[in-house]
Design a protein around this ligand. Structure first.
Ligand SMILES: Nc1ncnc2c1ncn2[C@@H]1O[C@H](COP(=O)(O)OP(=O)(O)O)[C@@H](O)[C@H]1O
Ligand SMILES: [Mg+2]
Length: 336
């Protein structure tokens, strides 16, 4: 039995995963395209790219996947490699410290393999430069030696597909961005899509859900499948401990309450952001730096993890002078 006891709100949404969560996530990942719900435009694009690559028997074009954490970028990369019948190699951008590390990864790729670089906007610039010729000509230009005796050596690499994932494509350098043929942006999921994901995953976890419970969870998942999965596991634990076979919306409400998630899916940190703008900055506008300092949070966490959903739902507005909260946000805080 795997009972998941993470409760702090910053962990709840953070971009990085614990090892345990990684394992649980693997279990709930879509195993084929029919289980990959929503993101219709992206799937249409990928379908054509995969089919064409298979017909040509050449590597698929490089693709950049962007969007907030937990929306399915890694899952999609896995499905693509599977559909191409090739191997997937996964690395995290910031973990590649030296040019030589990337060169070793690239020279190890087989023909048509997929290299997935997560958080590609955090690649070291000197490492990134190695990628340019690799992506364009399947060749590495390595400089050996220094000064007048320096020579450039060229090493061939197998034709491969690079799939880059980023929470913010705006942070990618132009030369890197330009080398991706397809730029695919992930949107938040609507409640009915999330309900389908929850339904599929409840089968994998061997639990039974009432319709009300499913929708309740879907509505509070912040448009994010990873969060839907977390809520689902927590609700499962709750029902299990209480000895209930079928999960109803009562269980869901109690679990959400324990997780500090409110009726709009906002968690403690979301509400804190709104509250701080309301109380400290009289509703705004407030610059992002000042806001993050007051919250004692990392700027990228606020911008990449929390803000996209608050903006999308109209709780926060972005103006040239900074962030403001909306009337909707004020009403929400007063009611919750
Ligand atoms: N379109 C989808 N359909 C079904 N499940 C999904 C989908 N997107 C994401 N998930 C679920 O959410 C979890 C997190 O997705 P992941 O691919 O790791 O997101 P990202 O890489 O964008 O952070 C996956 O384990 C999977 O269970
Ligand atoms: Mg990922």
């Amino acid at each position: 039995m795997d009972i998941d006891i993470e409760t702090s709100s910053s962990r709840f949404l953070s971009t990085g995963n614990t090892e345990r969560e990684f394992k649980q996530e693997e279990r709930l990942r879509p195993t084929n395209f029919s289980e990959f719900i929503g993101q219709k435009r992206i799937i249409e694009n990928i379908d054509v790219m995969v089919k064409s690559s298979n017909m040509r028997e050449q590597a698929m074009d490089h693709a950049l996947l962007s969007g907030p954490p937990g929306l399915g970028k890694t899952s999609l990369a896995m499905l693509i490699a599977d559909a191409l019948g090739t191997e997937l190699h996964v690395v995290s951008g910031p973990a590649i410290e030296k040019k030589g590390d990337l060169a070793a990864i690239l020279t190890n790729l087989g023909p048509r393999d997929v290299l997935f670089i997560d958080e590609i906007h955090r690649l070291h610039i000197s490492v990134e430069e190695i990628l340019y010729s690799a992506m364009e000509d399947f060749r590495l230009d390595i400089v050996i030696g220094q000064g007048p005796s320096a020579r450039t050596m060229q090493i061939e690499v197998a034709p491969f597909t690079l799939i880059g994932a980023t929470t913010r494509s705006g942070l990618l350098s132009n030369p890197l961005r330009d080398r991706f043929m397809a730029h695919l942006h992930f949107d938040f999921y609507n409640p009915s899509e999330l309900a389908s994901i929850i339904q599929n995953n409840s089968k994998k976890l061997e639990i039974e859900l009432g319709d009300g419970a499913k929708l309740e969870m879907a509505k509070c998942s912040r448009g994010t499948p990873r969060i839907a999965n977390r809520i689902l596991r927590r609700v499962r634990d709750f029902a299990l401990v209480e000895g209930n076979k079928v999960i109803d919306s009562g269980h869901v409400k109690k679990s959400l309450d324990l997780m500090d998630i409110d009726s709009s899916g906002l968690d403690r940190m979301d509400r804190k952001i709104i509250q701080v703008i309301k109380d400290y900055y009289k509703g705004g506008p407030v610059g992002i730096e000042a806001l993050c300092a007051t919250l004692a949070e990392d700027r990228s966490t606020i911008e990449d993890v929390y803000e996209p959903f608050l903006l999308k739902e109209g709780f926060i507005l972005r103006t040239p002078r900074g962030r403001e909260i909306s009337d909707k946000a004020i009403r929400h805080i007063e009611e919750n």
